[in-house]
Ligand binder design. Structure first.
Ligand SMILES: *[C@@H]1O[C@H](CO)[C@@H](O)[C@H](O)[C@H]1NC(C)=O
Ligand SMILES: *[C@@H]1O[C@H](CO)[C@@H](O)[C@H](O)[C@H]1NC(C)=O
Ligand SMILES: *[C@@H]1O[C@H](CO)[C@@H](O)[C@H](O)[C@H]1NC(C)=O
Ligand SMILES: *[C@@H]1O[C@H](CO)[C@@H](O)[C@H](O)[C@H]1NC(C)=O
Length: 402
């Protein structure tokens, strides 16, 4: 017991003194830096009130921007994106979620200092709550999660008064999706930030993208399994209602994503083509009873309807029918026609043949012959061709798309 206590005490003494004892920890230069930094911070923040904004507001908002030559230039606020990752696209709700890594940059003239007075210290890192920060708002955003710990946010501050902070956000935006070309569609989605409290005459917003991520190789990692990122742009939009006072700047990042259609080709387009082709053969097969033919046809119609339902769950309920929907509906239609012909074939023959035999012309004889034995083969060929054409149109879209 005694020895344990002695050990603990000696350990604690060691820890507290080793900063000075161990020459690799005790660097006089470091000590000097810490002292000067302390002095700098107490001088800088002596009269500083972090709850008051430095934005210059003695501006007549009815006059054009920059009308007063002696006033400072508009306050600059920059939002900078250095990474983005698509998380999910919920088509029925037209909702797109991304994770964004951002940096913010603004200026506070009260926090500038002369480095030569403070041992050439040019940079300070401190808790964000110590300095005034503009609160950035998201515009037209469905949901946002800020991953930073509210209590431990840091900023860096340089001797000219420029402040840098970073943000890590999960943003969910509502994007109107145009699914007319589904599953060969691409969508454009904007993520917008605004500062509604400050007039456009007070603050100028900037949006920037890190050059390193404007690269197609890097974009490959930014999509998800279904969507590829194909373009990334930034701009500052002005939202204006033409009354001159409600104008608002929107720092905008725009992503363009393209769907990977392979899943739908394998899971819907190809199987429905094969099922339809086989069913057409089945329905018009000779020497089979009518009931089995009807069974094949009706099973197929049910399958197509089911596939249509599966697809409908994936797309927003807009007025337009997507390409894949048209493909399935045509397939369904082919099958309905096939079943219809099979059901009515007997009646058509019974009804038409006696009438055709009333006169004897070449044309009538030919029609009679067609209605007889070759009828099934002709129907099978015609509907099979339509089915194949329908399939090839989709494949052409796919090839043109990729
Ligand atoms: C000083 O600290 C270094 C690194 O932590 C360590 O490797 C070294 O053994 C220490 N020296 C003494 C005398 O404690
Ligand atoms: C704001 O940014 C613009 C363009 O980068 C620059 O010309 C201007 O001097 C900046 N204004 C202030 C107040 O920093
Ligand atoms: C894009 O990035 C890749 C690797 O990250 C690099 O090899 C390529 O040169 C870059 N392309 C451009 C246009 O910067
Ligand atoms: C990305 O979009 C911008 C603006 O619409 C366009 O100018 C640019 O060419 C596009 N880049 C690519 C790689 O498509």
């Amino acid at each position: 017991m005694h020895s344990v206590l002695i050990f603990l005490i000696s350990f604690l003494v060691n820890i507290t003194t080793c900063f000075y004892e161990n020459s690799s920890h005790y660097v006089p230069e470091w000590n000097k830096f810490l002292d000067q930094q302390q002095k700098l911070v107490s001088d800088l923040f002596e009269k500083y009130d972090s709850s008051i904004s430095p934005v210059y507001s003695k501006i007549d908002i009815n006059k054009p921007i920059g009308y007063n030559p002696i006033a400072p230039k508009r306050y600059n606020y920059t939002i900078f994106m250095y990474n983005i990752k698509l998380v999910e696209v919920l088509e029925p709700e037209e909702k797109v979620s991304v994770v964004m890594e951002m940096a913010e940059h603004w200026y506070d003239p009260r926090l500038a200092w002369n480095p030569s007075l403070y041992d050439d210290i040019e940079m300070l890192h401190m808790r964000q709550e110590k300095v005034w920060s503009p609160t950035i708002n998201m515009f037209r955003i469905n949901d946002i999660a800020d991953f930073r710990d509210q209590d431990f946010r840091m900023v860096s501050l340089d001797n000219t008064g420029h402040i840098y902070s970073s943000l890590s956000l999960r943003v969910s935006v509502n994007c109107p999706l145009d699914v007319r070309k589904f599953p060969f569609d691409s969508q454009t989605c904007t993520i917008q930030f605004s500062m509604p409290l400050f007039f456009i005459q007070y603050v100028e917003m900037f949006s920037q993208i890190y050059d390193g991520i404007l690269n197609k190789t890097v974009w490959k990692r930014m999509g998800n399994s279904e969507w590829d990122l194909v373009n990334l742009t930034n701009r500052v939009e002005i939202l204006s209602y033409n009354d001159g006072i409600g104008d608002m700047q929107l720092a905008t990042f725009e992503i363009k994503i393209q769907r990977n259609p392979l899943y739908y080709i394998y899971m819907i387009v190809f199987p429905s083509f094969v099922i339809n082709a086989l069913s057409i053969v089945g329905v018009f097969m000779k020497r089979t009873d009518k009931m089995s033919k009807l069974n094949v046809g009706l099973t197929n119609i049910m399958t197509m309807t089911f596939i249509l339902g599966v697809m409908a769950d994936k797309i927003p309920r807009t007025g337009s029918i997507p390409l894949l929907g048209i493909y399935i509906i045509i397939n369904l239609f082919i099958m309905i026609v096939a079943v219809g012909i099979t059901v009515l074939m007997g009646s058509i023959r019974k009804c038409a043949i006696p009438r055709l035999r009333m006169k004897k012309t070449e044309l009538r004889q030919w029609i009679e012959w067609v209605l007889g034995d070759p009828m099934e083969t002709i129907c099978m060929t015609v509907l099979g061709t339509i089915n194949a054409l329908n399939f090839f149109v989709v494949i052409v879209f796919w090839i043109r798309d990729s």
